[in-house]
Design a binder for this molecule. Sequence first.
Ligand code: GLC
Length: 754
Amino acid sequence: MQTQVLGNAQQVNQHNDHITIQTTQATAKIWVYAPAIIRVNLTQTPDKPDTSFAVIQQPESGIQFSEDDSEIVITTDALTLRVSKAPLRFSFYTPDGQALSEDDARFGVNWQNERVVNYRKLYADEKFIGLGEKTGDLNRRGTHYVNWNTDASKHTIHTDPLYKTFPFFIGLHSGLTYGLFFDNTNKSYFDFGATTDDEMSWFGADGGDMNYYFLGAQGVANIIKDYTWLTGRMEMPPLWSIGYQQCRYSYMSADEVLGIAEKFREHNIPADVIYCDIDYMDNYKIFTWNDEAFPDPKGLVDKLKALDFRTVCIVDPGIKVEEGYKQYDEGVAKNYFATYTNGDNYVANVWPGRCHFPNFFDDEVKEWWGAAFTALTEPGVEGFWNDMNEPAAWGQNIPYLVKFGDRYMAEVRNAYGMEMTKATYNGTRKILGNKRPFMLTRAAYCGTQRFSAVWTGDNTASDEHMLYGQRLVNSLGLVGMSFTGVDIGGYTGNPTPELMLRWNSLGVYIPMYRNHAEIGTAMREPWEWGEENMAIIRKDIELRYQLLPYIYSGFYESSQNGLPLSRTLAIEHIQDENVFDVRYQNQFIFGNSILVAPVESTKLIAEVYLPEGEWYRFGSDKAYEGGMAHSVPAPLNDLPVFVKAGGIVPMQSVIQSTNETGDGILYLHIWKGSEDSTFVYYEDDGVTYDNERGVFHKREISYYAETGKVTLAVAEGSYTSKFNTLKLIPHGFGKAVKEKEVTYGIGLIEIDLK
Ligand code: GLC
């Protein structure tokens, strides 16, 4: 093996938006993207085009630095980067000189054959959070991870890697925070002090550059804001996609799909979405329908629409090798598929048998793929589920010889799923015009939030999978993915009735609320569990629908500043050791003020840690003191959920689907607090992109603790709210403070609670 160290700085050059430092072994480039974001790229191939799948921003021009014999210093309002010249080492500081993160003085960055590695100093109290969909604990200190998008079917709660790659982590030490985004799609590695001494951590990749963005904002929320500024934020999802979703591999015929939808209505269980998994297709050929089981796709989707259901269909990247099949013939004729180095199309087995795989790294291929969605949109499908896009092939070991155009699989595998999803998104957006498509993908890379929701793949029907799944959702939230879900009930195996109830009640607070199960498992729809259990499931799904005004406003927040809906407590409480305690690490804040404590289905009493402040149990309003753990009842019909004092939660009456307008009453729930609080309420038509042209309804709701006043600022935007009455529901204020009812208009509303 050849090891190459960076060497010493020999020459420093200033360009418009970056500086370059030349060593004997490599070139270092430094850009400032924003005051708290500095990019460093250490490369041995400085002339290669500089591209990123993730980053959507440009660097600032006019970079400034100072230089003396020993170092180069770049200073912004928020961050200082000191580059020592001999040897070349990179260290980041706060403006007042506190060390945020430093290269390991001994090893810094070096190359080991093609592999590039950065060794960094490990601080005594340093914790690490992030990396998205990774098993293990909230605090990743002492663990190591690999990023290599994998079809991780039958995975355990320890399996690594899983389906997605997010080489972005947040470091916490000395009361400080920093983020580091290693933008490299090769197979990558993160070792947070697992296999080194206590002096250093390291990360690296099997190829490419040491190309990272250092984020120096203070506070985890600010780092997430900056990271999602850099890599983009989600757009408002279709409102229907945040209702209840029912899925199964597979409902085998149009009749079965329709029958399931009808049952929801018969049983008065709210729902919005039903899925067609792979069996709707003719022999798993993408963009076809099985004309025996699904003879009239449009007829089916129309009937579902009449029942207020939207349809989501799965698409996989594998194109069946079969002459006469349009996608195959066209793809072969136009060289749209992945190839071996000799130009032969690469072939591997997936659901349809022998398949080719579109080269989604090519714009023309993306266009071609996107345009084919008329096969689904013409019958009226509005949701598109991108699966098997790691990409998966039976055997799971696609040869490194495979190429996508001029790129080897090894360089770009981790971005394949995102590029497929981008193609689906662009294509369906074009076809659907002003209508929002719903997008779901299994594989992802940084930036996927711009196009799609994600779910965590093939989990198992067990309590431990339910709990770790929540950790995945919370961790995905740290890397910009707000619209996330898990297969509720567990994909593989059969949940006990208790687990089904518990998981479904947790699902109320999972951004994407989808029940899904594997072929061969017992049916799992809400009515499969007996009358009594169905009543509990119904109540929970009803609660989800009641909470939609709060949840939709939460997604608005994600679209504006990147903060996720499901937030690990570590976002707000980095100094609170209890938050990282394995007993409490699954807990999360849903939106702004609801704390949810996931609990095994076998425990009817839970130990819950409530952070600093005062809390109320959602439902009973029993008050709890924060900064300590409490033992609380956790029956299967009452998941431990708490609201922060001062919490503002807009709700609505139960509706059976988001297609219903409801009764026009907005219930504004407010829990007494000793500090002022605010909430941004947001509404739009939930279906079109008119919101991007000002057709929304948005206002700030404030609670003033001292005076007991609640105000709703003058509404912004031209959308007419579906609410005409406001009912203010006070909690924790004592019996003397009664509900108030006023007209809900767009002007300033002031209500006195006292
Ligand atoms: C994969 C997906 C799963 C889906 C199945 C059949 O295993 O992860 O959700 O049901 O393929 O399409």
